[in-house]
Design a protein around this ligand. Structure first.
Ligand SMILES: [Zn+2]
Length: 433
């Protein structure tokens, strides 16, 4: 009898516990799908504190309100991104912004940097408006993804973005609708293309794939365009609010000028800036502020490569039409090689002396400054006693396109080799495809 009652009591207690647990699960479906609590803890502990690098001239002000999370692409490599968002953007005129241009930076390898406390107002959105509200920097957090708006972001960046955004959404009680890209919220004043205020000033993060960052519902339309306050930018409008957008994004995921991809649709308001450099098909480089005078905007040849932010406090990349290119803080593998950066036929000569093909490199952020690269080459062909440069390259052995890699690490072209009879043993030749 006693035993039976005990059994019943135990069963009731067990049922109550189960019911309670079920309720807990239904009310608190945490952690968010895909991530465990320990993953969140590890993620937060792994954020790199970069706050002491902030420009002292930057004034820290607490936001009174947080309504949005704005996603950017930095259009620079990691080092230059960290420098610009922390220290400020340097202009040729000598003017320098006081920095503080993001709350967080997410590197290509997924590493997250805290530029300033999430409570502070970062100066990241510039002239902006969403749903009739202007100055979005005052009511939002800014996240910079290291990369380009015309190139894919990495899986590890999406994973970190998903966690970071999820955490911030919980802190500030924000829905997925509150997560927008800079290209969605920036607007510009009238210019030769638009007679009224308009969208399209920034193209930043237009390649941001919400689903890959774990984000659901978004805006079906641009509220300020619908209200007649702004003119739409045709390209961004079809990308964000028309069903055909995802198809078009592929066609425009390029920094090469074409019929569909104008200087405006690649560079936005920076199209005529000194820091936007146009590399013409022959290799000649032209800064944006000289295009109008020298070529004219309607005469830019197809396949001209557009490079943004080419003046970030260091010397302009020198003569870019030479076959041997050099990685610097403003010229990443991507800005030299475009989509070809990870091809087998793109060869990297690391400062350590090692040689790697694009297929062997996982990310350009891992490539040290001063790495040299050649694009569209086959090789190496080793020079031996019996295999001379002439045997390998034929009459092209002294061409400016034939690349020599010396055991000392030096990389040069055939036209610069003084004495072919003195080539050191182990010299390698690369031939253009
Ligand atoms: Zn931006």
């Amino acid at each position: 009898m006693k035993f039976k009652r005990l059994k019943r009591q135990l069963f009731t207690r067990w049922a109550v516990l189960c019911f309670a647990a079920l309720c807990m699960i239904m009310i608190h479906p945490e952690p968010a799908p895909g991530f465990t609590n320990s993953e969140y803890r590890r993620f937060q502990a792994g954020i790199i504190n970069y706050q002491n690098r902030l420009n002292k001239k930057f004034r820290k002000i607490r936001r009174k309100q947080t309504r949005y999370i704005i996603v950017h692409t930095s259009e620079l490599g990691l080092k230059a991104t960290l420098r610009v968002v922390s220290r400020g953007k340097q202009f040729k005129s000598g003017f320098r912004t006081p920095g503080g241009h993001a709350n967080y930076v997410i590197a290509r390898n997924g590493r997250v940097y805290r530029i300033m406390n999430k409570a502070f107002r970062a100066d990241h959105a510039g002239r902006s408006m969403w749903n009739r509200q202007k100055d979005i920097s005052s009511v939002s957090l800014g996240i910079e993804l290291v990369g380009y708006h015309y190139a894919p972001l990495t899986d590890r960046q999406y994973r970190s973005a998903a966690m970071l955004i999820d955490i911030l959404q919980k802190v500030y009680n924000l829905s997925d609708l509150a997560v927008l890209t800079h290209s969605q919220i920036a607007y510009g004043l009238p210019n030769p293309w638009f007679r009224k205020d308009h969208r399209g000033r920034k193209r930043c993060a237009k390649n941001f794939d919400r689903a890959r960052a774990g984000l659901g519902p978004t805006w079906s339309h641009d509220p300020d365009v619908r209200a007649g306050l702004l003119m739409p930018d045709p390209q961004l409008d079809s990308l964000f609010y028309k069903k055909s957008g995802s198809v078009r994004i592929l066609a425009q995921a390029s920094n090469l000028i074409s019929k569909e991809n104008s200087a405006w649709s690649i560079a936005g308001e920076d199209y005529d800036s000194q820091t936007t450099v146009y590399i013409l098909p022959g290799g000649k480089a032209l800064p944006g502020d000289r295009v109008k005078k020298i070529i004219g905007w309607s005469h830019l040849p197809v396949n001209t490569r557009v490079l943004l932010n080419q003046d970030t406090g260091e010397k302009q990349a020198s003569v870019p039409d030479l076959p041997v290119k050099i990685i610097s803080t403003s010229m990443t593998a991507w800005s030299h090689a475009g989509q070809a950066y990870k091809e087998k036929t793109t060869v990297y000569f690391l400062p350590s002396g090692k040689t790697r093909s694009g297929a062997q490199i996982s990310d350009w952020d891992d490539l040290p400054i001063k790495t040299r690269l050649i694009i569209g080459y086959q090789g190496p062909h080793k020079i031996t006693k019996d295999r001379t440069a002439y045997r390998i390259a034929g009459s092209a052995y002294k061409s400016e396109k034939t690349v020599y890699h010396f055991p000392s690490g030096r990389v040069t072209t055939g036209n610069k080799v003084k004495d072919f009879s003195q080539l050191p043993r182990g010299t390698e030749i690369y031939l253009p495809l």
